[in-house]
Ligand binder design. Sequence first.
Ligand code: ADP
Length: 470
Amino acid sequence: MSYRLLIDGKLTDGASTLDVIDPATGKVFASCARADEAQLNAAIAAAKKAFPAWSALTHAQRKAYIDRLADAMQARQAEFCELLTREQGKPLDQAGFEIGGAIAALRYFGALELPLETIRDTAGERILEQRTPLGVVAAITPWNFPVILLMMKLAPALSVGNTLIAKPAPSTPLTTALLGEVAATILPPGVLNVIIDANDLGAAITRHPDIAKVSFTGSTGTGKRVMESAAGTLKRVTLELGGNDVAIILDDIEVKDVAPKVFAASMVNAGQVCMAAKRIYAPRAMYDALCEELNWLARAAKVDNGLAAGVQIGPVQNKAQYDKVLALIEDARSKGKVMDGGGAVDRDGYFIAPTIVRDLPDDARLVKEEQFGPVIPVLAYDTIDDVIARANDSEYGLGGSIWTSNPERGQEIAMRIQSGTVWVNKHLDMPFDIPFGGAKQSGIGREQGVEGMKEFTQSKIINVAKNKAA
Ligand code: ADP
C-alpha cells in the first residue's frame, strides 16, 4: 500500500518520504509521501483554481459529492479502522467509533445548509444576510483523533463551498492519506488536497496569502504560533487547543457509581483527548475511597496493542508524548503518592499503565499542566467555593464535569465554571448540532453546530431600498 499526497485531484509521490511508527511496537511499519514547499504551493494553487466552480454549485450538488465520499469511506470502513489503530494506537473499538463518527459527520454537515436570511423586510427596504464561503481553508490536525477532527473541519468547510488543504500530524498521516485516495475518484480536482509534512510546513500554510482561513486543532503553544503567523494576512482562525478539565465529584453520590464513569472520562484514548477529565476533585470525606476505587479500576484495565481483543488502553501515540507523561509521573513521585501499579509498562512500544496520583499540592506539574496521557491526579476539597476557585485557577478552560445525584445542584455549580463546555453527570458528549470550543487559552471560535458552520463563511449584508432609484 502506498500512501500518497493528493494534489489537484492526482495522487502524488512526495518530494521525500516519511517513516510512520506503530506506537504499540515502537517500530516503523509504513512509509508515506512527504511534501516539500513547492508541492504545498501547488496544492494551494489547485484549491484556489477549484474554488469558483465548487462554490458556484448548489448546496444540493455539493451535498451529493459529500454523500458519495461518505459512502466510499463506509465501503472501506474496516480498512480505515485498522489503519487508525496501527498508526494512532487506540483500541480497535475506539477506532470504530472514530471512523463511524467521521462518516456520520460528513453526512450531517454535508446536509446542513446556511440559507439566505431575511433580517428585515418592510415596505421601504429589505435587508438580507448571505453566508458566503471564504475560499481556500487549511485544516491542520493533531495525532490524537486524526480522522474525526479532520472531518469536523472538512465536512462543514466543503459543504458551504470552500476548498481545502488537509494537513495531518506527521506521526498519524496514513488515515488522511487514505481519505485522499478515496476522495481522488469522487471530488472534483483541487477541492480536497492532502499535504503531509514532518512538522515543517505549518508556518508556510499559515502565512500563505491564498489561504483564507486556518482551522487548527493542537496544542496551545502551536496555536499561538498559528495566530501570530496568520496575522500578516488577517486570516480567519479557529483554534481548538489544550485543556486541563476538572471532574468535580459532589458529596451526594456513591463512589462505586461515579468512579467508573470518571475513570473512563480521563482514560479514553489513553487520556489523549483535549476534553478529557484531567483533574479529579473529591470531597475530603470520600477521598480515600475514591482513590482506592480508581486505582482498582486502573489495575483491572486491559492495557495492550489496540488490535488485541478487549483492550481498554492502548499505547501513548508517540515517543515524545510518552517521555513527557513519564516525566510528569516522576515529578509527581516527589510531591505526592503515585498509587501502586502505575507508570511505564516493561515492553516494547509506548505503553503506560493507567496511573492514579494522590496527595499532590495544587502547584504540582501534574495538576497545573495538561498531561495528555493515562495519568490522573485526584485532589481533595473542603467546600464548593474552594473547589470552584481551584477549578477556575487555570489558563485553560475547555470542558469539565460535575458528578452528583442532584442534577439541579450540578447545573448551579456548572454555571460558575469558566470553560467552553461543562457537563453534568457525563463527560465528552459532543453531538454534531452543539457548538464546542474553548474559553481562555483553550481556543478561539467554535466548531460544530450552526455556529461552527458559520465560521467557515463570511457574513454579507445585502441592504435593498425598495423604491426605484431616483
Ligand atoms: P504536539 O505538540 O502535540 O505535537 P502540535 O499542536 O504541535 O502538537 O501539532 C498539531 C498540528 O500542528 C500538527 O499537524 C503539526 O504538524 C502542526 N504544526 C506544528 N507546528 C506548526 C506551525 N508552526 N504552524 C502550523 N501548524 C503547525
